[in-house]
Design a protein around this ligand. Structure first.
Ligand SMILES: [Zn+2]
Length: 285
């Protein structure tokens, strides 16, 4: 007897794959349920896809990207694009995209399709952050993204010039975008002798480190970060570190701390905490 993996399927394509009799049996045995005309949920199907299909669409946009491992800004909404009928009958809210809507082909959009919808749901910063994540994870190439938005409005095409595949986390991309939007000149992923690779270097002396993940790497990581900061201080740098929460949920205060450091000239001159390496008695002289 045919076994069908859990999931949400267009009934027709499931019937074509496993046969009409098998689908009928699954329904009879309550292993599958019709969730909308033409759609069926089998076994322990993902709830977000069930909800999207029940609402009259498919899982798309930020929700589909997140499901497929892409870093997306925090958002509690389920992002669904509706089919023609549901849109006409105002069953939304539904996500939209530039250009013609795509027909439904599965309960969850693939990454390129989901991205075309996300481009209209996200603000400029969110769009850049999501594209950075796609590039960094090698889920799409720059050329593919560029091609996808070939006929999008100029404002969106201009944002493509701000993508950076080197950004290692969503929060890092967010912070870079905000600082560059304030015309702060910075380099990312800079290797500094005696410190290691830092997330950002502003001017010559101001280091910004961002915890890219919700859960910090535990005590060994914390200790390592402290040692790196101490090393940076001793070399004359001013290192500022921010947690995931500070960047994502407390944007204004975090940006303000960096801008204050810049106003104070921390990027232009060595920190006053810098100490010349003390000579130990009896050494070298
Ligand atoms: Zn959306």
């Amino acid at each position: 007897m045919e076994s069908v993996p859990s999931g949400v399927y267009p009934t027709k394509s499931l019937q074509d794959t496993v046969g009409v009799a098998t689908v009928a049996r699954l329904i009879r045995e309550q292993k599958a349920t019709r969730i909308r005309r033409g759609w069926i949920a089998v076994g322990n199907a993902p709830q977000d896809q069930v909800l999207a299909v029940r609402r009259g669409g498919v899982l798309s946009c930020m929700s589909a990207l997140k499901r497929q491992g892409v870093w997306v800004p925090e958002d509690i909404n389920l992002h669904v694009r509706g089919n023609q009928w549901a849109v006409r009958n105002r069953k939304g809210p539904f996500c939209r995209r530039f250009g013609r809507p795509e027909p439904e082909y599965g309960a969850m959009d693939d990454i390129p399709t989901a991205l075309t919808y996300a481009a209209r749901c996200l603000d400029a910063e969110g769009f850049v952050v999501v594209c950075d994540s796609l590039l960094h994870l090698k889920l799409m190439s720059f050329a593919e993204i560029e091609h996808l938005f070939g006929s999008a409005p100029d404002s969106l095409q201009r944002l493509l010039g701000r993508l950076d595949a080197r950004a290692e986390s969503g929060p890092e991309s967010m912070m870079r975008f905000r600082l560059q939007s304030k015309n702060v000149d910075l380099e990312i992923q800079v290797e500094i002798d005696g410190v290691g690779r830092v997330d950002m270097l502003i001017g010559q002396w101001l280091i910004i480190e961002i915890d890219g993940y919700e859960y910090h790497g535990g005590k060994p990581m914390f200790t390592k970060d402290r040692l790196r900061f101490a090393a940076a201080h001793n070399l004359g740098y001013t290192p500022l570190g921010f947690s995931y929460e500070q960047v994502v949920f407390d944007q204004a205060a975090t940006l303000d701390r960096i801008m204050t450091a810049i106003r104070n000239g921390a990027h232009r001159r060595p920190s006053q905490l810098a100490k010349p390496t003390p000579l130990r008695p009896g050494m070298g002289l």
